[in-house]
Ligand binder design. Structure first.
Ligand code: NDP
Length: 434
């Protein structure tokens, strides 16, 4: 804490991982002896830069850009870019740190990194977003590359932004280096299923959790928070697998639809009209209502999938879910549940899947995009989705098998943290003190 003052989210993420490692360090003290814990907490490189751009009124705007290249023991740094006004170094480091372990769990050769800017794309014109992206890449390009660091999208960075970023990279370097960014459009080196992957992946993970106790989605009530990329595709996959999604949200409130969220109406509001979640009810008549007080976690559900943002589900939210009989919580977002909420789930016997395992489908499919770029190939939707589903199933298996091995059966948090830590730590040991 003294070494990284004021970086609350980073401290929280480090505690969350290291609190799980007592068992493994007791059995294998050589990790601590070799300084692995201290080395893991220090990013290999942190880049902070000025992003100057001109808005539509001709005014010069200045934002702060970041790229935290955290750990490359397993492969090139890999992790998304977030454009959001809340971005600062502590958020970048929390996300980069999480990414190391998430990427390790996929079993694919990717290190951990994260980046972004405190730029708010909301309300900005297309031209402003393009000029911002071009300026951002004018600095970032010198730090990234197919073999060094491969950014992708995250909150506020979707296909449009990746397009502007890739265009500027190509222009500055005079190289058509498809593998430098993932989340690209299908016509210019993107992969099928990348857009859907995080949302689909978390639902595949829940399907495995259900199957572990002989159950299926089978009409179960599901609450999904958020209504962005991850949430929309989680809702879609739950519905395909027979679940009943009854509520979703944005930062202004939530909607409940007793007939089940209508995906077409939701996509119309969020992707076409770019409206607020409250606008959804206008498309739905009496079955839906918009709520701007209280919390989405007050809505009774068998399964909760938080897909919005960090620390959105606190102890009160957890208690409301528990009181209403919720049995499974799986994190679609990064660190959406507070430590108090996670402890409450553990006490109440609610099965809880941490984001580094449950939402790893996005980055896994990014690694599949890198494979396709490297081999100048493109795979079908079905083949890519099969790979995604297999990867989520393997991550689920790894979590449970590791939890069993360390005597904490069913503990997904410990299973995920220990399995990913040992994978990265063993690689770091092999590479010497670097
Ligand atoms: P988007 O920007 O597409 O969507 C975020 C959604 O969350 C929006 O609907 C936003 O609403 C809503 N939201 C933000 N803050 C709150 C809040 N306090 N309460 C309720 N809703 C809120 O982002 P993504 O869907 O891409 O990412 C969501 C989360 O998933 C992030 O934590 C991200 O890091 C994580 N993630 C994303 C991956 C990906 O592939 N995209 C991969 C792995 C993790 P509003 O419009 O009002 O802001």
């Amino acid at each position: 804490v003294a070494r990284n003052p004021g970086e609350a989210e980073f401290h929280q993420a480090v505690h969350e991982v290291f609190d799980s490692l007592g068992l493994v360090l007791a059995q294998h003290p050589h990790y601590a002896d070799a300084g692995i814990i201290k080395r893991l907490c220090e990013p290999e490189r942190q880049i902070i830069f000025r992003v100057p751009w001109v808005d539509d009124d001709g005014r010069v705007q200045i934002n702060r850009g970041f790229r935290v290249e955290f750990n490359s023991a397993l492969g090139p740094y890999k992790g998304g870019l977030r454009f959001h006004p809340t971005v600062y170094l502590g958020v970048m480091k929390f996300l980069g740190f999480e990414q190391i372990f998430k990427n390790a769990l996929t079993g694919l050769p990717i290190g951990g990194g994260k980046g972004g800017a405190d730029f708010d794309p909301k309300g900005r014109s297309d031209g402003e977003v393009m000029r911002f992206c071009q300026s951002f890449m004018t600095e970032l390009y010198r730090h990234i590359g197919e073999y060094t660091d491969v950014p992708a999208g995250d909150t506020g960075v979707g296909g449009r932004e990746i397009g502007y970023l890739f265009g500027q990279y190509k222009r500055i370097t005079n190289r058509y280096e498809s593998g430098v960014l993932t989340g690209k459009g299908l016509a210019w080196g993107g992969s099928q299923v990348r857009t859907e992957a995080t949302g689909y992946g978390v639902v595949y993970f829940v399907q495995e959790m259900l199957a572990a106790s002989g159950a299926q989605f089978d009409g179960r009530r599901v609450v999904v928070s958020g209504s962005g990329n991850v949430a929309l595709h989680a809702i879609e996959k739950v519905q395909q697998l027979g679940g009943h999604v009854v509520a979703c949200s944005d930062s202004n409130g939530y909607v409940i639809d007793d007939k089940g969220i209508d995906l077409a109406a939701l996509k119309q509001v969020k992707e076409v009209e770019r409206g607020r979640i409250s606008d959804y009810v206008e498309h739905r008549g009496e079955s839906a209502r918009s709520v701007t007080s209280g919390s989405i976690w007050d809505v009774p559900a068998d399964i909760a999938i938080p897909c919005a943002t960090q620390n959105e589900l606190d102890a009160d939210g957890a208690q409301a879910l528990i009181d209403n009989g919720c049995q499974i919580v799986a994190e679609g977002a990064n660190m959406p549940c507070t430590p108090d909420a996670i402890r409450a789930f553990a006490r109440a016997g609610v099965r809880f899947a941490p984001g580094k395992a449950a939402n790893a489908g996005g980055v896994a499919t990014s690694a599949l995009e890198m494979q396709q770029n490297a081999s100048r190939d493109s795979w079908s939707f079905e083949h890519t989705e099969d790979r995604l589903s297999d990867i989520m199933s393997a991550i689920h298996h790894t979590c449970l098998a590791t939890a069993d091995e360390y005597g904490v059966p069913g503990d997904y948090v410990l299973g995920a943290n220990i399995a990913s830590f040992t994978h990265v730590a063993d690689a770091m040991l092999s590479l010497g003190v670097i």
